[in-house]
Ligand binder design. Structure first.
Ligand code: E4P
Length: 218
């Protein structure tokens, strides 16, 4: 399973990258705004800064909602760096844009996926990734993991190449459950990635090993 970090915070991206387990980055307009990255020029430069840290796919989202606008924006984003993946919302104009980018060999991440039908449409249009938002589904009392399992089944039935990028991850159990189901990639915050390493028995065991070593090597 590949690990992407879902943030525009350069320190978090560096920290995850230094762990040696980071395969890519996803961002969205809200995450950019959270870091105070506003204005076209600053946003484009920020994508380049992220690409210079991580050697893997970096999703950069279009903000246009019409086909022409998405194409124009996506082409500018894709030209920034070879690792850029154009993130396109799941709306009819977005589906057309995904098809266009597919034919141009530009990779896409179809975002805001909340149903299996949407994931099927994105795969048919040629999306490289689909991003089902499991945390946001959980937030409205709908099982996000069930959606991941449904999409896995459909994609396997027809051998679609589109990769399932489990998004809106909230905690380490989401990551483990997505890995069990067979999501290709997960994108989550640094806290969820780091939490995978924690276990009190590991801490206790290490304490004991170090204490015994110290006793024997006085
Ligand atoms: C996906 O690419 C999105 O950026 C993200 O996972 C949304 O997550 P949220 O529900 O925590 O905002």
């Amino acid at each position: 399973m590949r690990f992407f970090i879902d943030t525009a915070n350069l320190n978090d991206i560096k920290e995850a990258n230094d762990l040696g387990v980071l395969d890519g980055v996803t961002t969205n307009p809200s995450l950019m705004a959270k870091e105070g990255i506003t204005g076209k020029k600053k946003i484009l430069q920020h994508y380049v800064d992220i690409c210079n840290i991580v050697d893997g796919p970096v999703s950069a989202e279009v903000i246009s909602t019409d086909f022409k606008g998405m194409i124009a924006e996506g082409e500018i984003l894709a030209a920034l760096h070879p690792n850029i993946v154009v993130k396109v919302p799941m709306i009819p104009e977005g589906i057309k844009a995904i098809k266009y980018f597919y034919e141009k060999d530009i990779r896409t991440n179809c975002t805001l996926i909340f149903s299996a039908g949407q994931a099927l449409l994105a795969a048919k249009a040629g999306a490289t990734y689909v991003s089902p938002f499991i945390g946001r589904l959980d937030d409205v009392s709908t099982n996000g993991l069930e959606l991941i399992a449904q999409i896995r089944l459909i994609y396997d039935n027809y051998a679609y190449d589109t990769q399932i990028l489990a998004a809106s991850i909230r905690h380490p159990m989401h990551i483990i459950n997505c890995a069990e189901i067979g999501a290709d990639v997960m994108t989550g915050p640094l806290s969820a990635i780091k939490a995978l390493a924690n276990h009190p028995l590991t801490d206790l065991g290490l304490q004991q090993f170090l204490a015994d070593y110290a006793k024997g090597n006085k």
